[in-house]
Design a protein around this ligand. Structure first.
Ligand SMILES: Nc1ncnc2c1ncn2[C@@H]1O[C@H](COP(=O)(O)OP(=O)(O)OP(=O)(O)O)[C@@H](O)[C@H]1O
Ligand SMILES: [Mg+2]
Length: 450
């Protein structure tokens, strides 16, 4: 490519230079012929006595150089006036009206540039035609020499450009080659390995840094996935062990029908819990794959919240807490998803509320988002946990809370529902009040939040 580029540049420059030289040489030649012509024409016009013609002929002889690169002719019917070499041949060639022209004398000779003029008879002098010719051979030689030098320079230039181009490309690509070799070494077993961007030139270090950024994100995702797998295994192993244990004990000796029924009831409960974990995980997996709500319908969020509260009222009665809903906003939601999120928030609030306290649900409108915030008086969540509340299987105090009843998936589902409505989640805990909530877009078609 470098060679091709150089070839194009050299050719263009060469053509332009050659044309310029040609024009310059031509101009020079014309000026030269014009000067010579005018000098002699001046004399001819003033010649009166026939004897003076011999002197003019002698002068023209003297002016004609040995190599005949400049030649003079005087064509006339008067033999005394006539002058020049190969007169018969010249006379045979039509001279036209006069001015600048070209003449070829002999078979193989180079063309001669001529300037001719017809001078009509004047007094005693017969009509004549005066011709000055300049041989273009020397000009042609200059031009040919120039052209061959130009050609040689161009050829050298192209070869050098090709060689330099090859070397530059070779040197320039060394870091890229090293980068690709490093990239080949990357594998899941060496997750923390990164490309070494320090020795890279500026043009490549950006690429290296972005690539390392991508590796960081991949590593984080990979570790999250591994953690998730570990959590899933852990969460499912305990209920399965319980089920197997209970069944083995039941089978170890003779049981009454009532006893077996008891065991089956207990097993059914465990199996239902297992199913709920699996269902929740399936929901999260689908949300991860970008599943969107089937149908967003504009609704009063306060009304949806009220319906959810109604559904849970017996749980609240049992816990001895009350719920107050404040504010209202209209927003497009999928009702079942929205209620699922509010249910999860309410269940948490009820579980963590002090007895006889009041849970407040605020429905407020922001610039583009509608927010649902559930606040309950209760034990505060330490700040370091706030950021991780929405992670799957995350419980603030897994040992103390009834880890069998609760799996730590509730808030992860709230987050997924918020994302499906292009919204986000938030949590705060201070002054003895914990507020957890989520937002949904008020306009349909808003992009899905990260
Ligand atoms: N209102 C709250 N007050 C205090 N802590 C809370 C509150 N809401 C959530 N938490 C803490 O956040 C953790 C995560 O909540 P999340 O709803 O995700 O899981 P969970 O309630 O433990 O289980 P699940 O909802 O799956 O039954 C809880 O274990 C609890 O420690
Ligand atoms: Mg919960």
């Amino acid at each position: 490519m470098f060679a091709l580029g150089a070839l194009v540049v050299f050719s263009l420059v060469g053509v332009v230079l050659d044309r310029a030289l040609e024009a310059e040489l031509r101009q020079h030649q014309l000026e030269q012929i014009d000067t010579k012509f005018r000098d002699i024409e001046y004399v001819i016009k003033r010649l009166r006595q026939p004897a003076q013609w011999d002197r003019l002929h002698a002068k023209l002889d003297a002016l004609t150089p040995a190599d005949r690169s400049t030649q003079y002719w005087i064509l006339s019917d008067d033999p005394q006036i006539r002058y020049g070499q190969a007169l018969a041949e010249i006379t045979g060639i039509s001279q036209g009206a006069g001015g600048i022209g070209e003449l070829r004398i002999g078979e193989h000779a180079e063309p001669i540039t001529i300037r001719s003029e017809y001078l009509p008879a004047d007094g005693d002098r017969a009509a004549l035609r005066f011709v000055v010719g300049i041989d273009s051979a020397s000009y042609m030689r200059t031009r040919r020499a120039f052209e061959s030098v130009l050609l040689a320079i161009s050829a050298c230039g192209v070869v050098m450009a090709a060689a330099l181009g090859y070397l530059i490309a070779h040197w320039g690509l060394v870091p890229l080659k090293r980068l690709s070799e490093e990239a080949h070494q990357l594998s899941p077993s060496a997750l923390s390995q990164r490309l070494n961007v320090a020795p890279l030139p500026a043009e490549l270090s950006d690429l290296g840094v972005s690539f390392n950024g991508a590796l960081d994100r991949l590593e984080a995702a990979y570790q999250q996935l591994e953690g998730f797998n570990a959590d899933v295994t852990h969460e499912l192993r305990t209920p399965l062990s319980n089920l197997i244990g209970q069944t083995q004990v039941a089978l170890s000796r003779e049981r009454t029908v009532a006893q077996l029924e008891d065991v089956l009831h207990s097993n059914l409960e465990e199996l239902e819990r297992l199913r709920s974990i699996v269902n929740d995980m399936l929901f999260l997996a689908r949300a991860d794959q970008g599943e969107r709500p089937v149908r967003l319908v504009p609704a009063s969020l306060a009304a949806e919240v009220a319906k959810t509260v109604e559904f849970l009222d017996f749980v609240m009665d049992e816990a001895g807490v009350k719920v107050r809903v404040q504010g209202d906003v209209q927003a497009p939601i999928e009702s079942s998803l929205f209620r699922r999120a509010v249910t999860n928030l309410l269940q948490n609030a009820i579980r963590h509320s002090r007895a006889q306290s009041e849970i407040v649900i605020d429905v407020t409108a922001g610039e583009t988002m509608a927010q649902v915030a559930v606040s309950n008086p209760g034990p505060e969540i330490p700040t370091e946990h706030l950021g991780r509340l929405f992670d799957r299987f995350y419980r603030v105090d897994a040992a103390r809370t009834n880890s069998w009843e609760n799996h730590g998936l509730g808030l992860a589902i709230v987050k997924a529902v918020a994302a499906m409505h292009a919204g986000n989640v938030f949590a705060a805990s201070h002054d003895g009040v914990t507020t957890v909530g989520f937002s949904v877009a008020m306009q349909r078609g808003a992009g899905r939040a990260a």
